[in-house]
Design a protein around this ligand. Structure first.
Ligand SMILES: [Zn+2]
Ligand SMILES: [Zn+2]
Length: 222
């Protein structure tokens, strides 16, 4: 995580808090190390906290929230909302500062009305674009796993992302970052081209987050 920050010229020394969406390993792997090193609190729901993998270890400070709660840290307002995912009590977050809004939707099966409402008006969007249904169907995954991924409590497909993005497009949208792209059942090029088709003619920048590199820093302007 420090290496990723350094790639874009940042350190994590100014980190104030960590917000956890749910207890799956790909989201909490570095949580213990990160919060212990920087002595910062971790915000999460009780369901997430109770189901954290053992290897996360002791956390210096845990702040329990309920889905729907908002927390303010140095002027940044972070609001949580429930999502459907196969975890104990998963949430996603919206962050607001000085009238600018960043909305995050990832690790959720289908974007609900609540998700659409909470992300509405965001100036920057971080959206999961996990899989291509055709590629998933042809994959070597067992049927149980296929169902898990594509079910209501699984992940967003490229088409789910496109549907959500087309709902959330507005004149002041500046940045779109696609995340959680499956290495087996999707390609960055495919996700990008589908999002670009939705954004067609819109000025928002489109980024594809990779597991191997930091996403370029972007500012959400006035
Ligand atoms: Zn997950
Ligand atoms: Zn995940």
């Amino acid at each position: 995580m420090c290496l990723r920050a350094a790639e874009v010229g940042l350190t994590l020394d100014d980190l104030d808090a960590v917000f956890v969406t749910h207890e799956h390993g790909d989201h909490v792997q570095g949580l213990g190390t990160l919060t212990r090193k920087h002595k910062v609190p971790a915000y999460m729901t009780a369901g997430t906290f109770e189901n954290l993998p053992k290897n996360v270890g002791e956390l210096p400070k845990v702040e329990l929230i309920e889905a729907g709660d908002s927390v303010e840290i140095r002027g940044l307002k972070v609001s949580s909302f429930s999502v459907t995912h196969d975890a104990a009590d998963p949430v996603s977050y919206v962050a607001e500062f000085a009238g600018r809004k960043l909305g995050i939707a990832g690790d959720l099966g289908k974007p609900s009305t609540l998700v659409r409402n909470r992300l509405a008006g965001a100036h920057a969007l971080v959206l999961e674009s996990n899989y291509c249904p055709q590629m998933l169907r042809k994959s070597s995954y067992p049927p149980r796993v296929l169902q898990r991924i594509s079910g209501r409590h699984g992940h967003m497909s490229n088409a789910d992302m496109c549907s959500l993005l087309s709902n959330l497009m507005h004149d002041a949208l500046q940045q779109v970052v696609l995340v959680h792209i499956s290495q087996e059942n999707n390609t960055p090029e495919l996700a990008r081209s589908m999002a670009a088709r939705v954004l067609h003619g819109h000025e928002a920048d489109l980024h594809i987050a990779s597991q191997d590199h930091a996403t370029p820093l972007f500012e959400i302007g006035a």
